[in-house]
Every structure is written in structure tokens, then in C-alpha cells.
Write a protein that binds this ligand. Sequence first.
Ligand code: IMP
Ligand code: MG
Length: 191
Amino acid sequence: MSSLPPDPSLYDHLDHVLVDEDSLRRRIREMGAQITRDFAGLPLTVVTILQGGAVFMADLIREIRLPLKLESISVASYHGGVESCGTVTFHQSRMPDLAGRHALILDDILDSGRTLDAILRRLREETEPLSLKTCVLLSKQLTRAVPIEADYRGFDIGDEFVVGYGLDYDGEYRNLPVVGVLKPEWIRPSP
Ligand code: IMP
Ligand code: MG
């Protein structure tokens, strides 16, 4: 069965593409190979931060050539805008059980750092993993409110709001196969 050509309207709202499909595939393959080397022989649990990390997780875990378990944590930090509002809302009360496991926490992007910081604090307080490492697809380099960097990161980017490949604006664009910058006219002024 042949695949459908991409609908050009899918890209209509983008001003430009920041990371294309080939670059994503290549970099994620490299990250998977690195993680495979680093965790060989160890009990690994990949903990994905939902929703944003879901697309990255699906591609990355198939490049990790090791037995592993999957867990997830669901949080909200943007609440519909284009700037992190500073509070992280957990959608579940219990953290995954990581006892006896090496945990690799995955997210789509590191921006202010508050989300990952809040999650790491809770995991350290409430679980007992053998180790806790972090992995993000994108890292904004100039926007940190909390001094934190991921152990594995795909691409360093500037201070701009991006969508696609799991990243949303007000819940949309997560299924774009690229990472891109929205045209300003598609960003509604915050109330
Ligand atoms: P932080 O807490 O400011 O580091 O933000 C992390 C979370 O905000 C990520 O998990 C994303 O869900 C979201 N986020 C940060 N920057 C962007 C962006 O440019 N586009 C879409 N979502 C973003
Ligand atoms: Mg997110």
C-alpha cells in the first residue's frame, strides 16, 4: 500500500521548519545508540512526560536496543499559552514505581526547566530508582529559570516557541512530523 502524500495545509500555519524529518530521524538514532551503550545490562525504565514527550518516546525507544519498561507522568505547564506559567500541575497522584530500576525521564523540550525540576523532585522524594537520568529532544539555551540541563539532548535551539513532533500550541500541531515555528498570526494574544 502506498502512503498518502502530505497535505500541504498541515504546514500552512508554519513560518518555517526548524528541524526536518531526516534530521530528527538521524539524531534520534544517535541518541538511541548512545543510550543503548550507556544502559547495556541494566534494568531500564523509560518514563515519558505526557503529552509532549509521546512522539519522541515512540521513535526513541525503537532505537534503544535493550529490554526496557515504559512508564509515564502526565503534567501541564503551559495551560494554552506560549510561555510557561510557572506552575506545574500533576494529573496523577502517584509516581511510577521505580524501585530497582534505572530511570530515564523523557520530555519534548527543556525551557524554563521548572517542569523537569518539579518532576525530579517528586521522583526523588517518592520513588527509589537506582539512578535518575534525563533526556529531551530540544533544549532552549537562554530561557532557564532553574539551573538544570538534560543528560541527553537532541538539539539546542534559541528562545522561540516551536510546535510539532509532540509539541503543541493550545493542544494542536502535535502530529506534525517536523519541528517548526508558527506564523505569528496563528498565535492568539493572551487574555
Ligand atoms: P519548562 O517547565 O518551562 O521547562 O517547560 C517545559 C514544558 O513546556 C515542556 O514539557 C513543553 O510541554 C512546554 N514547552 C516549552 N517550550 C515549548 C515550545 O516552544 N512549544 C511547545 N511547548 C513548549
Ligand atoms: Mg510537555
